[in-house]
Design a protein around this ligand. Sequence first.
Ligand code: SAH
Ligand code: AVI
Length: 326
Amino acid sequence: MIRPEQLKRVPVPASIPVSEIAGDVLEGLSRTPKSLPPKLLYDAEGSALFEQITCLPEYYPTRTEAAILMTHADEICSRLGKNVSVGELGAGTATKTRILLRSLLRRQFSVNYFPLDVSDAALKLAKDEVEKELQAVNVHPQIGDFEDLTFLELQARPRLVLYIGSSIGNLEHVDAITLLQNVAQHLSSGDQLLLGVDLVKDSGVMQAAYNDSAGITASFNKNLLIRINRELGGHFEPEAFYHVSFWNEAASRIELHLESARSQSVRVDALDTTIRFGQGERIHTENSYKYTLERLGDLLQHGGFQLEHTWTDPHCWFAVSLGVIK
Ligand code: SAH
Ligand code: AVI
């Protein structure tokens, strides 16, 4: 773990301000095997590329979850407390959230909505789009990390927390449980969680979703190197890395990596370091865990929620579950 005081000792050229990603990048690229935390994928460009991914023919999760929400929004909302306030983890542009907000506004006059995200660009779009369409929704954007969930306590009770889009699948199982436990700690009896997760299915379908023919997922993955170049004075050549994605059956996850096309050394000025890559060496950039309905139930239970109901699509590709704090 690299502590902030250690970073201050790194001589930084005057022209490059130390970005908040410096610690994560130095730590991740110093490891064997190399890895970077997936939250770094979401600068403004990364969020825009993710929006493009959600519209790709191969990327089934967004449209499948949207269909579940459109079909069942009224039933979901009928199971919520009266006059809920809504918090959301990793809200992004909140496009699917509007399906639920629309339905909620048929049951209550107004909604206080607290979307949390590391991407200020995505949150700005979320606020603009929600307020443009739904004037009775007051949006209170929370720019930040899942590490600080105190904003949930700003919400009036009863509270609904949304964690949709299968973003929980980007966390290791132990971290997913810890996050849900932290959420639960900020909530009270009767508060609810709506969790969307991607389910295990035919491996060809899952692999195509992360290796689209238009190459948008590859650009999303390589954007991480471009971000390091911009924010940390890195000298990565994105074309010297391949986008690699595959289904890891044993771990029940899709993995994303960036693979060095050749043996190379890359200087990162703000870290005052040079990273060496062998030919074929990879940086592990993301996992996307796929759940079974049984594991989803276990996840909620270990996270401190009692499962109330699960909705799926006709192919059982995606699940949206409602849990409650007892
Ligand atoms: N919920 C949206 C967006 C999913 S993309 C949907 O379903 O389409 C995942 C979102 O989580 C991104 O906007 C990203 O910026 C955000 N995110 C990823 N890691 C995060 C973290 N550690 N803390 C806060 N937000 C995070
Ligand atoms: C945000 N998250 C759920 C996406 C996923 O499917 O794991 C991120 C993503 N990575 C590549 N494509 C989409």
